[in-house]
Design a protein around this ligand. Structure first.
Ligand code: 5GP
Length: 180
């Protein structure tokens, strides 16, 4: 495992190794396996950042489930623009379904709040938010997160699906920006 990596002009150091990520993913899956036993939820994965998390999580779910993707974008470089662009919309109707919204990270909370509002408007049977990472110090919106992997301080992170301007998503570990 590399202790430090470079992406664009920035240096990142190892923060959460793959082994720790997998332990938390398994714990979240175990919680879901209890909560959704006998049901067939619709998992909505928020692209691009949550693709790896969604994939690892789904392999550990032992109830039947469907998968759909939604794609939004608000970040440019290491700063949130605060404006949400919907790049790919939902292909499944969440109406009457148990919905699990899977995010990579909740930062200011704008993205997840907007998505919760949008999905709630379609009248799902239930709606849970699952986020691998949560940065409570940055929240500008109140967000109700049912399943969370790691609560982290205000640090910019990459790896395990998360990018810096397109790069770093393929890293199996999570790295944090140095001197931030
Ligand atoms: P929010 O709307 O909560 O401010 O931001 C959510 C989105 O911003 C996430 O889905 C993610 O794409 C991006 N984001 C927020 N914090 C980070 C971070 O530390 N690293 C990376 N790579 N993306 C982040």
């Amino acid at each position: 495992m590399k202790k430090e990596i470079n992406i664009h002009d920035k240096i990142f150091s190892i923060y959460i190794p793959e082994s720790e990520i997998q332990i938390r993913v398994a714990a979240i899956a175990a919680e879901m396996n209890v909560k959704y036993k006998g049901q067939t939820p619709l998992i909505i994965s928020v692209l691009n950042g949550s693709f790896m998390f969604t994939s690892d999580l789904m392999k550990l779910l032992d109830f039947q489930c469907e998968l759909s993707f939604i794609r939004v974008s608000s970040y440019q470089g290491v700063e949130s623009t605060g404006k949400l662009k919907q790049l790919i919309g939902l292909s499944e109707d969440p109406k009457g379904r148990h919905v699990i919204l899977v995010e990579d990270i909740v930062d200011t909370g704008h993205t997840i709040s907007a998505l919760v509002e949008q999905i709630s408007a379609t009248n799902p049977e239930s709606l849970s938010v699952c986020s691998l990472l949560v940065k409570p110090d940055r929240h500008e919106k109140e967000v109700n997160i049912t399943f969370s992997g790691f609560v982290i301080p205000d640090r910019f992170v990459v790896g395990y699906g998360l990018d810096l301007d397109g790069l770093g998503r393929n890293l199996p570990h999570i790295y944090q920006l140095k001197n931030n």
